[in-house]
Design a protein around this ligand. Structure first.
Ligand code: FES
Length: 135
């Protein structure tokens, strides 16, 4: 595994996203409420650029005590990214699809050292293995 400095933490928009190409990988780095998250930019559905889609608040249905729907609203705490190919959504904080926990973005280790945002690239062999296992 190799560490790569992808830039200054203080210059990152919040909420924000940056997709970087490092060797054979495309990695998406997100910043939400001061926290950083990173994933391979590869959708578990069919390999699309999942992390380059729209960033939107999760849509939640409000259920009353009598189990009737009171309509939909945007979450105040959960943010999703929507794969531009077929619309799978992933929680930016976890990388998990809200309706299918088996569909997950591949996490990339990330840390902030001083003001530097550092990601840790996986081994090339691991990347090839992931590509062979769509959900
Ligand atoms: S490739 Fe992402 S939803 Fe199909």
């Amino acid at each position: 595994m190799r560490q790569v400095n992808i830039g200054s933490a203080s210059k990152f928009a919040d909420p924000g996203r940056k997709v970087v190409a490092c060797e054979r990988f495309e990695v998406a780095v997100f910043k939400l409420d001061g926290e950083f998250f990173a994933y391979l930019n590869q959708c578990p559905h069919m390999g699309g650029p999942a992390c380059q889609g729209k960033m939107i608040a999760k849509v939640e249905e409000i259920i009353a005590e009598d189990r009737t729907s009171k309509g939909m609203m945007f979450s105040k705490t959960k943010m999703h990214v929507v794969c531009p190919w077929h619309g799978y959504e992933f929680d930016i904080r976890t990388g998990v699809h809200p309706g299918n926990p088996r569909a997950q973005l591949r996490k990339i280790k990330i840390a902030v050292s001083g003001d530097d945002v550092i990601i840790e690239l996986p081994d090339v062999g691991e990347h090839a293995k992931q590509r062979a296992e769509p959900t």
